[in-house]
Design a protein around this ligand. Sequence first.
Ligand SMILES: [Zn+2]
Length: 449
Amino acid sequence: MMKASWILGLLLACFWMPANAAWLAGAARADITPVESVPLAGYGGKTRMSQRVDHPIWLKSLALRDESGATSVLVTADLVGLSDKMIAIIAKNAAEKHHIPRERLILNCSHNHSCPVTEDVLWLYYEFTPQEVAAKNRYTAMVYAKYDEVIGAAIAALAPAELRFDQGLAGLAVNRRRARGPESRALGGQVDQDVPVIAVKASESLKAIVFGYSCHTTALGGLSINGDYAGFAQFELEKTFPGCVAMFVQNCGGDANPLPRIRGHDAEAVDLADRYGRILAEAVRQVLAGTMTPLSGPLKVAMGETELPLQEGIPLQELKQRLPNLTGMPRREFEHFIRQHETAGGTPDRVRYPIQVWRFGPELTYMALTGETVVDYSLKFKASNGWNTTWVSGYNNDLLSYVPSLRVLREGGYEGVSGMFEYGHRGPYTEAVEDLITAKVAELLAKTR
Ligand SMILES: [Zn+2]
């Protein structure tokens, strides 16, 4: 291993000739491993209390300052997602304490299913005892403090750096809708197996690696804390490049799973997730060993919001009629809709949908979509904007719902239709969903040119 890293270091030194752009970059990481047993996130059903830690989980931050003097911050997290409430608290703090405007702050989560529950994320999934709520609240308070710490530390570490971009490929993502059973085999198997990589280099060493992939972090689902395959990949890269902060960005993995998976065999399942992580890390290492394209800057940013209309929900009378026959999560969903009718006069008919675009120059446009975006959005925007110059990330901002394309919506199933109740929405999006997102992306792209 030592020899391999030494050779890779030598290769990097050969390929990384100085580039012109005047970037300052700083990277930091903060350990968010819980210090007690906490409720685990991501899967509904019986509460899973953590029993052990396979490896630490992290918040990681990259601060960038271009020649215009503007500072932008990307934070990645080994968390399942953030809620609207959490985003507001973190963004307010970043603005007031660290002077980062909202459009220059991107908050991405790996969608890790082996992390603790925070605040009100996926609140309909869980039914907690008061003790479990207290553990969740203690953990959430720690996470807020660590967001503050990691953003501040990355800004404090700003120093001259080079940024480069290129992409590799890794084959672990499988379209999970197709894998659901015989009746799903007629569905297409669309996946995006690109591994986009931004390398940040200073003083002949790698300061940070930002790499992405479009696939649910659901290789594991036991009672352990870990970062799933994305955590193993980050761990592997930080082992190869000591001192480097390796940051995983979840892209449009809404309808992809790492497959095959092993259920009910913990040691074997962890070993498989580790292997998936090492495959992804190897794809990143191969990109880093290539020439990569210098990013010229300046970093032009735009943020906007569209509203996604929802189809009609179940009428109040029917909700009340069906409620007594329900238990668990469906019962909590119906109670939520009834509460909305009784307190707000009805269920909301639309969802706010934020989008961010960061343009690093002609070499890379980085799009940050919100929620559990399916693969079609990544393929669509790369096709229209440039396969080798576009990075489409999902799972930014709040984990508001699955975000189906028109195709997925029409096909039906979990990601288009049945998953909406779990997020507290009265029904599926209307068929305008893809066009509305596409129009807003086009508007924001135009602002960054
Ligand atoms: Zn998901």
